[in-house]
Design a protein around this ligand. Structure first.
Ligand SMILES: *Cc1c(COP(=O)(O)O)cnc(C)c1O
Length: 370
């Protein structure tokens, strides 16, 4: 292995990054083949970031190293008590070849909030952003240039300490891996069907619903499987009679007059896509309501024509119109162009900003390769 010091300046936190190049990276032809049809989450770039934290030493030993297995003691706390959090964001290639990401400060802040809830150490925002720049510095050629494609960035942190006692771990690892992502809807955006789960909940008050943590996903897998059986692609979770969100995406109702209504709850995950879409809607002079929304409000609104459509949103799929919400004994159907018009136009504007086709008037984009 050749070891070289990064050519970049020491990180703002004063840590020196050690960069170990992958000696057998994917060849140009292999990478090109992968980038021609990346799918989602199946292929990974040649390198990863690895940072350690200990109670005594704080954050230390920032490294970029070849992508590969993480050695883990069988008693590592994460394997037993799920002390784990993650993030998801994307790197976009603009037409001039430059590489950008979208609102990484928001992901950093959310990782800090998740860390607090899971009793993990908070990673400073400058180190979070530096970790992304360091990975892009060695793996930039993995950022696809096809339209609607991106390099999905997956930062995550977990309890590494080998100890079976139940308490917050004193040894933690932070990692960043990256995976090229194809267009979420290769044949053009299609409305999805959603299953309303009344048997299972995703989170409860005072629980971990507002943290991006693996446990929330683990508990969504069984209801997700139920949704597939019913012919649906995603699950909508409730808190009693009130709408929460999907397993990994936030939900928005669209009213006849263009008002967007989205649930407010302390047990849903504050999506950055959601916040950005709501901002773009406000910029257009549309009203935005963040409040409790009951399932009956949606059902009655759809019946009366007051609610014309609904969409889900999140980093991976951006914005997805909902064609149908199916439950045990009922169905809400949104069809016709008017049901997805506003969702699609907001989607176009947001992806326009992300891919550098639309002016970034809120200063959301950060260049990664310069
Ligand atoms: C990540 C996530 C979202 C979407 O958040 P974005 O920042 O828009 O990607 C929504 N719900 C859950 C449960 C999530 O984990």
């Amino acid at each position: 292995m050749t070891i070289e010091l990064s050519l970049q300046a020491p990180s703002p936190a004063g840590l020196i990054w050690r960069v170990t190049r992958n000696e057998s990276p994917a060849g140009d032809a292999e990478r090109e083949e992968i980038l021609a049809e990346p799918g989602f989450g199946q292929y990974f770039t040649d390198h990863m970031v690895d940072l350690c934290w200990s109670e005594k030493g704080g954050w230390h030993r920032p490294r970029v190293q070849p992508y590969g297995p993480i050695p883990l003691d069988p008693a590592a706390a994460v394997l037993h008590y799920s002390q784990e959090i993650f993030e998801g964001l994307k790197a976009y290639r603009h037409d001039d070849g430059s590489v950008w990401t979208f609102r990484p400060d928001q992901n950093a802040a959310r990782l800090q909030r998740s860390a607090r809830r899971l009793a993990l150490p908070e990673l400073p925002t400058d180190l979070f952003i530096e970790s992304i720049k360091q990975l892009i510095a060695v793996d930039a050629q993995w950022v696809p240039s096809n339209p609607e494609e991106s390099l999905y960035l997956r930062p995550f942190m977990f309890a590494k300490e080998a100890f079976l006692g139940v308490r917050a771990a004193k040894k933690v690892g932070y990692y960043l891996i990256a995976s090229p992502a194809g267009a979420y809807f290769p044949g053009g955006v299609q409305p999805v069907n959603i299953w309303l789960s009344t048997e299972y909940a995703r989170a409860g008050h005072g629980g971990t619903g507002a943290a991006k943590t693996g446990g929330n996903y683990a508990s969504s897998l069984l209801p997700q499987a139920e949704a597939y059986e019913k012919g649906c692609q995603q699950v909508l979770f409730l808190d009693g009679e009130y709408i929460e969100e999907l397993g990994g995406m936030n939900l928005v109702l669209v009213k006849k007059d263009g008002t967007l209504v989205t649930p407010a709850s302390d047990s849903i995950l504050a999506g950055i896509t959601l916040a950005s879409i709501l901002q773009l809607a406000k910029d257009r002079g549309l009203a935005v309501e963040q409040r409790k929304v009951s399932i009956n409000e949606w059902r009655d609104g759809a019946a009366s024509g007051d609610v014309v459509g609904a969409f889900a949103c999140g980093t991976a799929a951006v914005v997805v119109p909902i064609g149908k919400l199916m439950g045990e004994e009922f169905e809400i159907v949104h069809e016709g162009p008017e049901s997805s018009e506003l969702a699609m136009s907001l989607r176009e504007e947001l992806t326009g900003i992300q891919y550098g086709r639309v002016e970034d008037r809120h200063g959301w984009m950060l260049r990664l390769d310069a």
